[in-house]
Design a protein around this ligand. Structure first.
Ligand SMILES: Nc1ncnc2c1ncn2[C@@H]1O[C@H](COP(=O)(O)OP(=O)(O)O)[C@@H](O)[C@H]1O
Ligand SMILES: [Mg+2]
Length: 160
């Protein structure tokens, strides 16, 4: 488990960018935190870091947004789902994990039972208007996440 203390939106974007630069297809990145914590903001950084030049909006109504870079990036927001069956009908399991890209999920706790064992969990806790504590934790034992965590450690310019 690692913790970052960021002081503004730019630092959250930067943390996301480092993740985006170091992630690999097949990864599942879970973003926890209340409304307004910064999950979509962090996703924007991840998308940018993946080299994708797209405007990221929360897929609250569409549930799943797809971006295309050197590989696919699936952005899922389960906030408005009414049942697990609804998610299964949408084919969400095809992205948990995706064979051809990375999956970023806002509100992963709502589809906990569908999540793969190996995943990265980020939790964003507001500590002020602009301050956030962002913890990063590996679930499972995939070594690819260890490498990503090491890269994040090397970037201690992000907060702390
Ligand atoms: N350090 C920070 N990191 C992320 N967002 C921040 C930060 N400080 C302030 N904000 C603001 O908080 C809001 C976060 O919104 P958003 O990323 O959509 O949250 P979520 O997807 O978790 O609901 C934005 O309005 C953003 O400008
Ligand atoms: Mg959001």
């Amino acid at each position: 488990m690692m913790a970052f203390h960021v002081n503004n939106e730019t630092q959250t974007l930067k943390l996301g960018q480092v993740i985006g630069q170091n992630m690999v297809p097949g990864m599942v990145i879970c973003l926890k935190g209340d409304l307004g914590a910064g999950k979509t903001t962090l996703t924007r950084g991840i998308v940018k870091g993946a080299g994708i030049d797209s405007h990221v909006t929360s897929p609250t109504f569409t549930i799943i947004n797809e971006y295309e870079g050197k590989y696919k990036l699936y952005h899922i927001d389960t906030y408005r789902i009414e049942s697990l069956d609804e998610m299964i009908d949408l084919g969400v399991e095809d992205y948990l994990p995706a064979g051809d890209g990375v999956t970023v999920i806002e509100w992963p706790e709502l589809i906990e039972d569908l999540l793969p064992e190996d995943r990265l969990i980020l939790n964003i806790v507001p500590e002020g208007v602009h301050e956030r504590k962002i913890t990063v934790q590996i679930h499972g034992k995939s070594t690819s996440y260890e490498k990503l965590l090491q890269e994040l450690k090397n970037h201690d310019s992000i907060g702390n």
